[in-house]
Design a protein around this ligand. Structure first.
Ligand code: AMP
Ligand code: TRP
Length: 332
């Protein structure tokens, strides 16, 4: 049986990268798979958070899932911390994970920055918790943006380590699903940096809740070179900012980069940007409006999460119990 698991951290400023790299793809998958979508609040704590903002952001991400088209009846939507099996399995897996594997993680190096000695243990062991998130449901497929690829490879290695240690096929090796025309959305200010929640420049990212005016202004100011759009993908790929904006257009329109490029080859950026703004406002305007409507009713959001927690526990707890049993922990 196929089962999907994925998650987003509730750390504020959900942006177009989160939408195009992850959430939008999930909407298409819910028809084919059993889907579990998590708001990974324990992961958010790997960096300092304001407690009230973390709670608000947990509801906001929930609203974004639903507003983007994820059906809370068909899918399980819940916040990670309310299912203790994640953290419990993470310990069992941590004991099987060599430090050498964690030392390779590039995201830790980026997030820890220069003060490596001051980085928290949680930030370092984060990929083990991520592996537990997936494995505690025996999920087979994990749809994410390109930046999570390395963490997913580690999750597969950790699943393999458990299976080998106890000499059985207990955990399936989860497959990454990285698809769409914008698997790595870059900053609007710098085509070599990914669009991120933590970028200090507001003009670097389009937020899922931005209104039409903000979206249009940000796209108008987006960095570009002076040439018109080229006619081949190879030429486009030599121009990171142009490549990024075209990828965004293609993903929003649900078409390939190639098809999008034939539409705009030879056109000037002013014309292309106008079309991109119009499309972005159309898609995000609808989702942002729905998010605001949902967030005005926290009672509804909490009810969705409570129901999700119940359904998630019903799957995770038996898997954890079996993993504990296999590991030799006594259940007296
Ligand atoms: P995060 O914001 O780190 O919790 O990421 C949540 C999901 O969004 C993950 O699947 C990421 O891979 C995806 N994501 C985050 N930033 C980007 C980006 N700039 N481009 C594409 N996908 C992204
Ligand atoms: N690490 C992911 C991110 O920052 C979020 C995440 C946590 C996740 N656990 C997961 C994604 C399990 C997929 C599956 O984007």
């Amino acid at each position: 049986m196929n089962r999907i698991f994925s998650g987003v951290q509730p750390t504020g400023n959900l942006h177009l990268g989160n939408y195009l790299g992850a959430i939008r793809n999930w909407v298409a998958l819910q028809n084919e798979y059993e889907c579990i979508f998590c708001i990974v609040d324990l992961h958010a704590l790997t960096l300092p958070q304001d407690p009230d903002e973390l709670r608000a952001s947990t509801r906001e991400v929930t609203a974004a899932y639903i507003a983007a088209g994820i059906d809370p009846e068909r899918c399980i939507i819940f916040n990670q911390s309310m299912v203790p099996a994640h953290a419990e399995l993470a310990w069992l897996l941590a004991c099987l994970t060599p430090l050498g594997w964690l030392n390779r993680m590039t995201q830790f190096k980026e997030k820890a920055g220069k003060q490596r000695e001051m980085a928290g243990l949680g930030l370092y062991s984060y990929p083990v918790l991520m592996a537990a998130d997936i494995l505690v449901y025996k999920a087979t497929h994990v749809p994410v943006g390109e930046d999570q690829k390395q963490h997913l490879e580690l999750a597969r290695d950790i699943a393999g380590a458990f299976n080998r240690r106890y000499d059985r096929d207990f955990f399936p090796l989860p497959e990454p699903q990285i698809f769409g025309a914008a698997t790595r959305v870059m900053s609007l200010r710098d085509g070599t940096k990914k669009m991120s929640k933590s970028d200090s420049s507001d003009f670097s990212r389009i937020n899922m809740t931005d209104d039409a005016q903000a979206i249009t202004l940000k796209i108008r100011r987006a960095k570009t070179d002076p040439l018109p759009l080229p006619s081949t993908i190879a030429d486009l790929e030599r121009r990171p900012e142009a490549d990024n904006l075209l990828g965004i257009y293609a993903a929003l329109a649900g078409m390939s980069r190639e098809v999008a490029l034939t539409r705009f080859a030879g056109r000037n950026f002013s014309e292309f940007k106008e079309a991109l703004s119009e499309l972005s406002v159309e898609v995000l305007g609808r989702i942002g409006g729905e998010m605001r409507r949902l967030m005005a009713d926290p009672g509804y959001i909490d009810a969705v999460l409570r129901r999700g927690v119940e359904r998630a526990r019903a799957i995770a707890e038996p898997v954890l119990r079996e993993a504990q049993q296999i590991s030799g922990l006594l259940r007296p």
